[in-house]
Design a protein around this ligand. Sequence first.
Ligand code: URA
Length: 269
Amino acid sequence: MTLALDERRRAMLAEMGLSGFSVLPLASEERGATAQAPAAPPPAPPAARPAPAQPARQPIAEPAATVAPAAGAVPLLSWEELRQAVTECRACGLCHSRTTTVFGVGDPQPDWLVVGEAPGEQEDLQGEPFVGQAGKLLDNMLRAIGLDRQRKVYIANVLKCRPPGNRNPDPAEVAQCEPFLRRQVELLRPKIILAMGRFAVQSLLGSTEPIGRLRGRVHQYQGVPLVVTYHPAYLLRNLPEKAKAWADLCLALEQLRGQAEAGSGNSGL
Ligand code: URA
């Protein structure tokens, strides 16, 4: 690791309140590449990576649907059809107050799927998840483990529309949106899911147990390992909990390394 990089990542850990922790090597460093190597070209969907433990990923760049499908059709949609269905969704009252839907952002062939709660004000305006203060913390958490929102990571929310005034999602809204997230997982086939906050946990694990009781072990969602952690907005209000979030990231990394060692292909760690 170059000195500059090392310092930058130490600064990120410091921002997370984790100055005492060692800096993890970047994926490229573990593969022996230099830190200054040019960014990899955008991945070409569909995945060509060997992944014997999981079903092959499906093509995600297909012609857009022009008509919003019935909810029952969601499990059959291609990636672009799914995006279009979200854009056109009027299944619950949130469609009246939203500015735009927020489908997700990131690498179409990610190792990581990060799942948050719902768009906030800025996300609703910009159509991208986690662009506010909580998003800055999330970006720093990702950078601390050598990732960013465009590379090896996809970020999505339980709800694709902003609840007015940033109120909590209600159970009916979570239930309406659930097929969209489920289909995103099926098509993205991430190697690990990071479920951030109680609504992500409720939607993905169907559990109302507190985060504190669910974190620290690896769960499964559709055969994908899932690690539970605190939502970045919660961490901003409860700074001492950042150390636990760091431990959760490390658990997820360990899980990925385990997958790589078990011969499931290049984890990109
Ligand atoms: N919080 C979330 O859960 N998701 C966002 O996109 C922004 C803030």
